[in-house]
Write a protein that binds this ligand. Structure first.
Ligand code: 5AD
Ligand code: FES
Length: 345
């Protein structure tokens, strides 16, 4: 029965909520699900993997999400922020390695005013690369200003579509406002990335199914999702279950339902499984986002414990990941890797 559903999804790219729940709860069909997602990835995207270099430029955050190590109330994390010219230097080095996209990610840090960001963005665009921002919730006017300065893409995970769960885990934040941000980003013409956390306390399979349907409904261009990894220095120290496998299943289902979107093999997946990113690339993913931040800052951007590559250099990671991608018979793309819409499914 569930095997038939996988076949249906592979052919029609459509499943309803009940069908998604059946697939999420059946542990016996996982390998079939991953293989089907891999076939759909190959058919619609091909064998190219796009690399996005990510600069984690500030771990200062005014928010207080219960799951996140960078939450404002966490006094154990040593805070840092890179200056605009330091960010530009890292991006220049990344271009030297061959990156065609740079992602600037930070906590919600008010130091980076529109004016400062405009300076960084225009310098990055002069390098001829695609620029992605991941700075959290901003006003329509701010998003508009970044777009006018040349930004191509924006990443903002919905985290969960369960409003009550979201508002319990993200104190002081509103689910409506999160959705407003995503709508504004779409209206402004960004390529929009969203995604969720898988394995949050009190998260149900029904709500994971809703998440998948939400991504499809909003026609997101990129879906980045990962397992929740409990952080000792946050109120959510404990978890249960195998979040790695469940995150992989959600990811594979996203590929079946949204065959032409970009899906990263996320760092959190590799944190829970030492081959996690390659497994993800063979279960529907087509993107990897290596860290191009340098030195101790890699350690200090501690969303969750056990983060990979904290003692490595950007050059080392570039070579490492390129080798791994080739070893599974895939190629590293030399294009910017924007979503190429094949059809409306
Ligand atoms: N485990 C896994 N991912 C996390 N994130 C934040 N905290 C954790 C955690 N404990 C994710 C959020 C956020 C992204 C940058 O990191 O989904 O959007
Ligand atoms: Fe960083 Fe392999 S990607 S060491």
């Amino acid at each position: 029965m569930t095997i038939q559903l996988i076949k249906k999804a592979e052919e029609t790219h459509s499943l309803n909520k009940d069908e998604l729940v059946l697939l999420l709860q059946d542990g016996s069909i996982n390998e079939e699900l991953f293989s089907a997602a891999d076939r759909v990835r190959k058919k619609y995207i091909g064998d190219e993997v796009h690399l996005r270099g990510i600069i984690e430029f500030s771990n200062i955050c005014k928010r207080d999400c219960l799951y996140c190590g960078l939450r404002g109330s966490n006094k154990k994390v040593e805070r840092y922020r890179l200056l605009p010219d330091e960010i530009i230097d890292l991006a220049k080095k990344a271009v030297g390695y061959g990156y065609k996209t740079v992602v600037m990610q930070s906590g919600e840090d008010e130091y980076y005013t529109v004016e400062r960001l405009q300076y960084i963005i225009s310098s990055l665009k002069e390098l001829g690369i695609a620029v992605t921002l991941s700075l959290g919730e901003k006003s329509y006017e701010e998003y508009k200003a970044y777009k006018e300065a040349g930004v191509d893409r924006y990443l903002l995970r919905i985290e969960t579509t369960d409003k009550a769960l979201y508002e319990a885990l993200d104190p002081g934040m509103s689910h409506e406002e999160r959705k407003r941000c995503l709508r504004d980003l779409k209206t402004l013409g960004y390529e929009v990335g969203t995604g969720n956390l898988v394995g949050l306390p009190n998260q149900t399979l029904e709500s994971l199914a809703d998440d998948i349907l939400f991504f499809k409904e909003m026609d997101a261009d990129m879906i980045g999702l990962g397992p929740f990894i409990p952080n000792e220095d946050t109120p959510l120290k404990e978890t249960s279950g195998d979040n790695f496998t469940m995150a992989l299943k959600v990811m594979a289902l996203v590929r079946l339902l949204m065959p032409d979107v970009n899906i990263p093999a996320t760092t959190a997946m590799e944190t829970l499984n030492k081959n996690g990113r390659m497994i993800a690339l063979q279960s529907g993913a087509n993107i990897v986002m290596p860290n191009i931040t340098e030195g101790d800052y890699r350690k200090m951007y501690a969303l969750y414990p056990g983060k990979i590559c904290v003692n490595d250099t950007p050059g080392h990671c570039f070579n490492c990941i390129t080798g791994k991608i080739k070893s599974i018979g895939r190629t590293v793309s030399d294009s910017k890797g924007s979503r190429v819409k094949k059809a409306r499914f």
